[in-house]
Design a binder for this molecule. Sequence first.
Ligand code: ASP
Ligand code: MG
Length: 401
Amino acid sequence: MAIVVQKYGGTSVGTIEKIRNVAKRLAARRDQGDEVVVVVSAMGKTTDMLINMAKELSEAPSRRELDMLMSTGEQVSISLLSIALNEMGYESISLTGFQAGIMTEGFHTKARIQDIEIDRVKQYLSEGKIVVVAGFQGINENGDITTLGRGGSDTTAVALAAKLECTCEIYTDVDGIYTVDPRLFPTARKLDAISYEEMLEMASLGAGVMETRSVEIGQKYNVPIYVALSSEDWPGTYIKEYDVTMESKAITGLSVSDKDLMVTINHVPYEVKNISNIFQSLAKMDVNIDMISQTAPSHGLVNVSFTAPKSDEDIIQGIMDQILKEFAGAEVEIEKDITKLSVVGIGMRSQSGVAAKMFKIFADNDIAFKQVTTSEIRISYVIDTTDKQRAIEIVAREFNL
Ligand code: ASP
Ligand code: MG
């Protein structure tokens, strides 16, 4: 007999029929003798709908009130699921984030879990109840309801599993983690296992299956995370600590993102404080910079390029207008039709030649890249979006993904 935390996302509890189906799965697990905690998201697109209602009333609703509003979505799904379980003859109790002891810190609508007072959950488990916990929400030091940022139910689930020292099973509408997003490369393989580190790189690079922060918590507390389909029994993917069997390949996966734009500032007078000022202004406006490169100074001038989210385009444009005023002769180019393509693999640590192979692939196939960055386990390239599909297919084939 073991404790398990399961999590079902919005699509998996999107209708009454689907909620009944989740209840059946939980009951089956209980019948096997396991103690079950289940975290659920709001039904279907409920959270979006709630936010839209608030936006009809105000352009900038108070974040505290937004949290109050959004948290109701999960309250609906936990109570319905608990009702379904009770009806099937399984003792169950639903708990809001507050009732489950989830204490948060930080800003409304993007709070972070600080700690979980787990006694109440444990008590109900010991009474044989299936404990249904609202995802995505907690309570702050003022006793106000908070939410953890969009997609935050994954974080609730992994944090509960960390506290209960058990496995976390994430049931969703995809059947696991793939080497490449199957919508972009249909013959991509499903991975049996992937390390936390690789998953973190892939998640932050655009592989949308798991919320990034939940993987960080999993890594920190060494919680095995299992991602699988909610609609069928079908083997999924384990996200877990690295082990030697994972190192046989240099590349584990390929991530692709169209979410960034690339800014190039040409002819910046070469002084460290100028470069610093540019990035200070961006940081002040909370613009998240990803790749940065700078040319060597020539005639006292340098060119600087960086990538940042397309969603911040207007802020970036404003800052660039300011910079053009400051540096006479500078030119700014903002490119939007770019794609970031990254290869990720822990195997890169011990196998050399991945970068060389990538450069050769690009050269042989006449694919130009505008920017390259590397970390210990990933190499990212910025290419034109028009080359995206071709690049994915060639790289995936060359690395057997
Ligand atoms: N219901 C929340 C959202 O839509 C939390 C979640 O689904 O994980 O973002
Ligand atoms: Mg989600």
